[in-house]
Design a protein around this ligand. Structure first.
Ligand SMILES: [Zn+2]
Ligand SMILES: [Zn+2]
Length: 255
């Protein structure tokens, strides 16, 4: 089935995310815009994943629990999980492999954990913007061990991307998908980084504000709308060409 997706969205738990990115605002905006499959991916944390999933169920939207991890290479990697429990298990690993820094909300922004009714549960004290000590390879290995999938975020950007940090996508852990920014030029990216050829390029918004959530622009074909089907695709389990995401206006793949 063809699903309009956005697999990189920040909630109010991210210090740089708007306080208005509450679980209900996020899923209702996504549903209103016409998305069928989204992921909540806060920086180095999964504390709002359960609430966003619950709100998503009420809005008729499939939500995948996730995290945008800042790796030891200072690169962002989107990590997605089949369940909230698996996401929380990964978060515990990240906490153990991160510097013990506290957030300074007056400088970096508040880190709000809410419940499915958008009520404040707690403010996360950990500094979520710090780089963890996990390399991209180690992180992806651990994500897969928990039944999840990982892909390098916004590889076309000059900062916090694996290509910016290392000059190329490393051969290990064998990423089977990568993310390009909506404003990026996939063809130029592929010319400069042939190691990406053959990988599905995902186009996600990386929205931190409700007003930055765009109209659906790319779709993905999955056997069903579920975190498991998405993770199987991202891990390369579904390799037929028609499973590659494409642009909605012409239905063509970028590849
Ligand atoms: Zn990022
Ligand atoms: Zn992001």
């Amino acid at each position: 089935m063809r699903l309009f997706y956005d697999l990189h969205l920040h909630s109010c738990l991210s210090p740089c995310g708007s306080d208005d990115m509450t679980p209900n605002n996020l899923v209702n905006m996504a549903a209103l815009l016409g998305f069928q499959l989204i992921a909540v991916t806060d920086h180095n944390a999964c504390g709002n994943a359960g609430a966003v999933l619950e709100a998503g169920r009420a809005a008729g939207l499939v939500v995948v629990p996730g995290m945008e991890l800042c790796t030891a290479e200072e690169a962002h990697v989107v990590c997605l999980f089949p369940t909230v429990a698996a996401a929380e298990e990964f978060e515990a690993i990240v906490v153990r492999h991160s510097p013990p820094l506290k957030n300074r909300p007056e400088i970096f922004g508040r880190q709000l954990r809410l419940n499915a009714a958008d009520e404040l549960v707690a403010e996360e004290e950990r500094m979520l913007l710090a780089s963890s000590f996990l390399t991209a390879e180690e992180a992806a290995r651990r994500v897969r061990a928990l039944g999840g999938a990982a892909f390098p975020a916004h590889v076309d950007r000059d900062s916090y991307s694996l290509i910016a940090s290392l000059g190329a996508i490393p051969p290990e852990p064998g990423f089977r998908a990568a993310e390009v920014s909506p404003s990026g030029d996939p063809r130029a990216l592929l010319r400069a980084n042939p190691e990406l050829c053959g990988l599905p390029l995902l186009m996600n918004s990386d929205a931190h504000y409700l007003e930055n959530m765009p109209d659906p622009a790319a779709w993905i074909d999955l056997p069903e709308a579920s975190p498991e089907a998405l993770i199987a695709f991202l891990n390369g389990g579904l390799t037929a060409p028609w499973y590659r995401p494409g642009r909605s206006e012409d239905g063509l793949s970028w590849l």
